[in-house]
Design a protein around this ligand. Structure first.
Ligand code: DAH
Length: 343
């Protein structure tokens, strides 16, 4: 009979419903249990059912209603259970909380920034330049003749298939960059990384850092340079710091000197860094050679100047008692995190 078949069809529809989300569950509720549900119209069919079948029909209808209710409840329960299980698997409240690893400044940056601040206070301006240089800015302009040993392949990293492009061997190349683009007065410092083809050991590395200084103006004297460097040493290493200037040779300065700072021999690190003398060699300096000014189209009859190049690593090693330069380039976080409280 037609009306019984409709009940059967609805019953199997309800039982086979595949509902896995709360949205679909609500749609199921509206369709089979809501005020305009699809079971309701079947009640109206009661009057077409012959009397002797009315009782069975009524029971079948009630079963259908109950089946819809039961299905709804079991679907709801399994959806809620699923959600709870998912949450449990992604949320383990017994796990220790994650610690946020804060970065720290590298000891080389700490020392370099300190030095930059010291020179900025007396009017030096930071110039940053390329690490890949050409032969002219790194050597020729700096009065380093073709046959100078510093040009040897032993010391300089040349770029593949190039005889002119190289990794700068010192920040002095920035002097040539600045002097060829800027008129005096010039008062710059140039911090940065430099490269030399050296065997890596506890004392030397193929990469390290320098700060170049250059001051060009009228009537600049050796005494001006000495005072500036003394000021730097006292700011950097303490007000009682002593320095000494040793005569030296650099192709780009005349006269030239090396500056040592008194560190004493209290620790093994200072002993090693100062080779037992207590004097730490921190920089090279001198009056800019007139040939360098000429190479850069600055008139040496009108202008003079001084220049200096400070090594960073040795000061960092002395300051933080680091015995091996390689530690500075290995990026081992166990080493680096020790500097997190340093400024
Ligand atoms: N460029 C030199 C070096 O790498 C250091 C240096 C010496 C820089 C004397 C200067 C200077 O500006 O005047 O060893």
């Amino acid at each position: 009979m037609e009306a019984f078949k409709k009940i059967e069809a609805l019953l199997s529809e309800i039982e086979n419903s595949d509902v896995t989300t709360l949205d679909k569950l609500e749609a199921f509720r509206i369709q089979y249990l809501g005020t305009k549900n699809s079971i309701k119209p079947l009640f109206a069919e009661m009057r077409n059912v012959p009397n002797e079948q009315k009782k069975d029909f009524g029971q079948a209808l009630n079963n259908l209603k109950n089946a819809a209710e039961q299905k709804f409840n079991s679907l709801k329960e399994s959806i809620e259970q699923n959600a709870a299980d998912n949450e449990k698997s992604s949320l383990d409240l017994s796990l220790p909380s994650e610690t946020n690893l804060l970065g720290s400044r590298h000891p080389v940056s700490l020392v370099m920034n300190h030095m930059i601040n010291i020179f900025e206070k007396i009017g030096f301006v930071v110039e940053e330049e390329r690490e890949i240089e050409d032969d002219w800015h790194n050597f020729t302009a700096m009065n380093t003749p073709d046959d100078h040993p510093a040009r040897d392949m032993q010391d300089t990293f040349y770029l593949k298939n190039s005889v002119t492009n190289l990794l700068r061997t010192h920040t002095s190349s920035v002097q040539a960059r600045v002097m060829t683009k800027q008129e005096p007065p010039i008062r710059i410092i140039a911090p940065g990384r430099v490269y030399r083809n050296e065997t890596i050991s506890a004392r030397s590395h193929c990469q390290f850092h320098q700060i170049e200084g250059l001051y060009i103006d009228k009537n600049v004297s050796f005494a001006d340079m000495k005072q500036t460097l003394l000021y730097f040493a006292k700011e950097m290493y303490g007000p009682k710091t002593d320095i000494r200037l040793r005569p030296s040779y650099f192709p780009f300065t005349e006269p030239s000197a090396e500056v040592d700072v008194w560190m004493g021999t209290d620790t093994d690190t200072t002993k090693r860094l100062t080779k037992g003398t207590g004097w730490l060699e921190v920089l090279g300096c001198g009056m800019v050679d007139p040939k360098v000014l000429e190479n850069c189209k600055i008139d040496p009859e009108v202008y003079s100047g001084y220049a200096f190049g400070i090594g960073i690593e040795r000061s960092a090693m002395q300051k933080y008692d680091i015995s091996d330069i390689r530690l500075l380039f290995e990026n081992d976080t166990r080493f680096l995190k020790q500097f997190s409280s340093a400024l």
